[in-house]
Design a protein around this ligand. Structure first.
Ligand SMILES: Nc1nc2c(ncn2[C@@H]2O[C@H](COP(=O)(O)OP(=O)(O)OP(=O)(O)O)[C@@H](O)[C@H]2O)c(=O)[nH]1
Ligand SMILES: [Mg+2]
Length: 320
């Protein structure tokens, strides 16, 4: 039998985009070979993650941004991750109504990725979805995820630019800070600014981020938006900031390097997590820590000595 010489990319081009994504999502070996063929062709699109708690207005902002990008003749891909979570299950119907004009537009592709990864983060299938949309000519890809948690931290590694959506009247800043994802955002949006009171959150953010960040206040991008108002809603400004950030990478040809740095970050974080779980999840680790705890309590050793003893036993010689 002759070898099949049709490349995955050519074969993929024959499939409707939604079928292609489904196949790449479910068929791991197809995904791998398609990914390696697509890799050199990627790097044109701007991947923007939009995250925030349930109901803050992520889909509404995405709908407005899509309208804006379409008016600039950009093609837009929208990936919504985990719409099946109990909090958001009902929102999909609302989204369909909110996005109804975009569903009829062939310059817009909308898709839900139902799965999350094993560790509660984003499933690895998202990488191939992004490559496919990139190569298919979508200039902007918007990913919607519901924070806070590992998925949010992952989003910081996957998206080129992350927009964190907050509300004027909630304690979300602290929640995101605790989850470790507050600082992964590039742009902070206080949505539903039409309700008033957003100035307080802006001040709170500036203080919190100022304390934890090497950047000066001027470098922080904090915008107030109203995704249900048409005039002067802040969405235009958001679009401008996004264009500006992306434009800079294109100008100095650094998007690929930016993505590589993020990928490396995700890889290292994954390895760190795996090493920690492996080292601390064993029976031996349990025994070592129990014994050391007892020694500390008896005043035999101090905590620093206990820590270096544990590292020596569990990490340097894990089999001992
Ligand atoms: N007053 C006001 N309401 C808004 C604004 N943006 C969104 N909403 C409303 O808030 C509700 C939730 O909006 P969505 O866009 O579905 O929010 P979401 O963050 O995508 O929600 P989930 O996907 O369920 O997490 C809807 O009823 C919107 O009409 C805004 O700027 N001002
Ligand atoms: Mg939504």
């Amino acid at each position: 039998m002759g070898e099949n010489r049709i490349s995955n990319v050519q074969a993929a081009a024959q499939l409707p985009l939604s079928k292609l994504l489904s196949r790449a999502e479910t068929d791991v070996s197809y995904r791998a070979s398609l990914a390696s063929e697509l890799r050199p062709l990627t790097g044109r699109s701007h991947v923007i993650g939009i995250t925030g708690s349930a109901g803050v207005g992520k889909s509404s902002i995405i709908s407005k941004l899509t309208q804006l990008f379409r008016s600039e003749d950009h093609r837009v891909g929208i990936l919504s991750v985990d719409p099946s979570s109990p909090l958001t299950g009902g929102a999909l119907l609302g989204d369909r109504i909110r996005m109804s004009n975009h569903y009829l537009d062939d310059g817009v592709f909308i898709r839900s990725l139902a799965t999350r990864g094993q560790l509660g983060g984003l499933s690895s299938a998202i990488h191939i979805a992004l490559s496919i949309l990139d190569v298919a000519g979508y200039d902007v890809i918007l990913i919607e995820t519901v924070g806070t948690g590992q998925a949010d931290v992952d989003l910081g590694y996957i998206a080129d630019t992350v927009v964190l959506v907050l509300l004027p009247d909630s304690g979300d800043t602290i929640q995101f800070l605790k989850a470790g994802s507050l600082e992964t955002a590039d742009i902070y949006v206080i949505n539903k600014a039409d309700r008033g009171n957003s100035g307080r959150v802006v001040a709170e953010l500036k203080t919190t981020l100022g304390l934890n960040n090497p950047y000066s206040e001027d470098e922080l991008i904090i915008l107030e938006t109203s995704a249900i108002t048409d005039n002067d809603s802040g969405i235009f400004q958001l679009g401008q900031e996004l264009d500006r950030i992306h434009g800079r990478w294109i100008k100095d040809d650094s998007l690929r390097a930016h993505r590589e740095a993020k990928l490396k970050g995700r890889l290292l974080a994954g390895i760190r997590h795996a090493i920690v779980s492996q080292a601390l999840g064993s029976q031996q680790a349990n025994m070592v820590t129990t014994n050391l705890l007892e020694s500390i309590q008896l005043g035999e050793i101090d905590i620093e000595t206990a820590i270096s003893t544990a590292v020596e036993k569990l990490w340097t010689h894990p089999d001992r």
